[in-house]
Design a protein around this ligand. Structure first.
Ligand code: VGL
Ligand code: ZN
Length: 201
């Protein structure tokens, strides 16, 4: 049975986050079949897509002398410098080919402003610019969210915490997520999710 007030939100299941991609998350492709199988349990399925211009300021390549995975300061705070990834219109930004995209009601793109990264599907990294997803969900009467996808310690983490703070009932299904685990980011994500009241299933 599909639950009309529950949505499955699949975070950034894109080629660049899968083995062989520019910012590969170990085992990122191993969760695709399980995610497809869960889609029928939800009244709504939403896919997010990391969608950067080629000169995005989260890319280390845009900062002279800086290397990927280093930290920099942006006007909105600290920001990890990433390898170029999920550039708009490139194969790396496409969804994993086995992901069932036809079941999606909405594909939400984020990270398209050069100056601001966006881990969360709700607010960009300045923590102020909304993506519009809240309005979509609330106007559809959706109250319960299950999040899966990549990466558990970045985009899934930030999306789940924001969703809980906005008042949604949020579950992160951990076996359908994979993590980057950069400098303790996975432990920080677990703590942050618990503190926000997210159910870790
Ligand atoms: C992500 C780093 C940079 C993610 C996106 O989807 O977790 N991580 N851009
Ligand atoms: Zn990104």
């Amino acid at each position: 049975m599909r639950n009309a007030t529950a949505a499955l939100i699949v975070i950034d299941l894109q080629n660049d986050f899968c083995p062989g991609g520019a910012l590969a998350v170990p085992g990122g492709d191993a969760i695709v079949a399980g995610i497809n199988a869960r889609m029928n349990d939800f009244g709504a399925v939403i896919l997010t897509q990391d969608w950067h211009p080629a000169d995005h300021l989260s890319f280390a390549s845009q900062h002279r002398g800086r290397a990927p995975m280093e930290l920099t300061q942006m006007p909105y705070g600290p920001q990890v410098l990433w390898p170029d990834h999920c550039v708009q219109g490139t194969p790396g930004a496409d969804f994993h080919p086995a992901l069932n995209t036809s079941r999606a009601d909405l594909i939400l793109r984020k990270g398209f402003r050069r100056q601001i990264d966006s881990y969360s599907a709700f607010f960009e990294n300045d923590r102020a610019t909304p993506t519009g997803l809240r309005g979509y969900l609330t106007t559809r009467g959706i109250t319960d969210l299950t999040l899966v996808g990549l990466a558990l310690d970045f985009c899934v983490h930030y999306s789940a915490v924001d969703a809980a703070q906005l008042g949604f009932a949020v579950t992160v299904q951990q076996d359908l997520c994979r993590a980057i685990d950069l400098d303790g980011s996975l432990a920080a994500a677990h703590a942050g999710l618990r503190q926000a009241g997210v159910v870790l299933a």
